[in-house]
Design a protein around this ligand. Structure first.
Ligand code: PLP
Length: 402
């Protein structure tokens, strides 16, 4: 007797009739070209794959703005790439300064402490960016060997706008800098070499507009030397950069590569190269600012003041009398637009990463958002909000054409 096969509901029945427009904090919509590539399986060690890997590395160097050859892919979420950066550069008793703005930056601190590092956390005040003088003082006294931080803290929509200064300062102290750019890479400037960053992490499903589960990481030459000289082996076999080098740089076996996901990321990177970083940054800025103006014109307020505000994910204070969960639920069910709540804060978040930053998505999202608040009894000025969005997009177009 076999255990009987289960009775199932078909995917056609499970999936909604009308697909959701994914406007939350990731995953984001993927272009047709990416979806198509993701449906293909090829030999992971053949010649075709070798060509594809070579191009992924070339395109990554452009997107990360680095000359370093040490680009590696990871079969895993953005968090796996974070763990790869941390566990290869940090070990027992390594002094680590972890700049924490919230949920994701504190994950880097947690990962460092799990490999036995001596972690000092600099907790940044909510909705603020880190203070350079305070960092300098810790570099002087604690003498960290590694510093970790995020470029954009997706959870509370804070952007560490002084990332370049922080990284360059740490570099003067010979401290290695690990930057999580999962939500920001290719949506706003990041210059790995010029800013002296030693490891940059990104995931697939946010800024790059690829699929979740395949991620990229870039190490500086200096970081690579540190890894090769480490006193003990990297404790995680799958995430060992020296083993990953076998596949990513010598065409040999480490583990079976996620070929479809790599093909998908190849296409996502190709689209970025075609668009160019300059135009892509301008598009993201134009769309995000127009949406921010539109939201404010509805009569709502944004969570983070402009000096520290992330453009890649917009955090909006939930108006009084409305429940965050009910709002997310309503906009999803009634208008087929998905937005995100947050970890513990009374805000909702609308993403502006990759394919989310398209005018037609913005109009639909702002309209659905305004209608949802109105449906739930809130007071908003929908026509003014929509008009501001339109004006913002037009003004942005005029600016970027100049
Ligand atoms: C989403 C995100 C992560 C984690 O990515 P996963 O793919 O969910 O593991 C890490 N850091 C930042 C800044 C993120 O936005």
């Amino acid at each position: 007797m076999l255990i009987p096969s289960p009775e199932l509901i078909s995917l056609d029945e499970i999936l909604p009739n009308e697909p959701l427009l994914m406007m939350g904090a990731g995953p984001v919509p993927i272009p047709e070209q990416v979806a198509k590539a993701n449906s293909i399986v090829i030999n992971h060690l053949g010649e075709t794959m070798a060509k594809i890997i070579d191009q992924v590395k070339q395109m990554s160097r452009y997107v990360f703005q680095t000359q370093s050859p040490w680009i590696l892919g990871v079969a895993g979420p953005g968090s796996a790439a974070m763990e790869m950066a941390v566990t290869n550069l940090v070990w027992q008793n390594t002094r680590v300064l972890s700049i924490s703005n919230g949920f994701f930056s504190s994950r880097l601190a947690e990962m460092a402490s799990r490999v036995g590092a001596d972690v000092k956390t600099l907790q940044v005040e909510e909705t603020k960016i880190p203070d350079l003088a305070q960092i300098k003082q810790i570099l002087d006294t604690f003498k960290p060997e590694v510093l970790t931080l995020v470029q954009g803290e997706t959870s509370n929509t804070v952007c560490n706008k002084n990332l370049a200064e922080i990284s360059q300062l740490a570099h003067q102290y010979d401290c290695y800098v690990i930057v999580d750019a999962v939500c920001t890479l290719s949506t706003m400037p990041l210059k790995m070499d010029e800013w002296k960053i030693d490891a940059v992490i990104t995931g697939g499903q946010k800024g790059l507009s690829s699929i979740p589960g395949v991620s990229l990481i870039a190490f500086s030459e200096r970081a690579y030397q540190r890894m090769h000289a480490r006193p003990s082996k990297c404790p995680q076999w799958c995430l060992d950069a020296q083993l990953a080098e076998q596949f990513w740089h010598h065409g040999s076996y480490h583990y079976t590569a996620p070929v479809s996901g790599i093909l998908a990321i190849h296409e996502a990177l190709a689209l970025i190269c075609k668009e160019t970083l300059e135009s892509r940054f301008a598009r993201h800025l134009r769309c995000s600012l127009a949406l921010q103006r539109g939201i404010e014109a509805l009569g709502l307020s944004l969570y983070v003041p402009e000096q520290a505000r992330l453009n890649s994910v917009i955090g909006i204070n939930v108006p009084e009398g409305i429940e965050q969960k009910a709002l997310c639920h309503h906009i999803s069910n009634q208008y087929r637009v998905e937005i995100a709540g947050s970890f513990g804060l009374n805000i909702v978040r609308i993403g502006q990463m990759g394919e989310q930053s398209r005018a037609h998505h913005l109009f639909r999202t702002l309209h659905a958002f305004g209608c949802s608040i109105r449906d739930l009894g809130g007071q908003i000025d929908l026509p003014t909000g929509m008009a501001e969005l339109e004006r913002g997009l037009q003004a942005g177009v005029a600016q970027t054409n100049n």
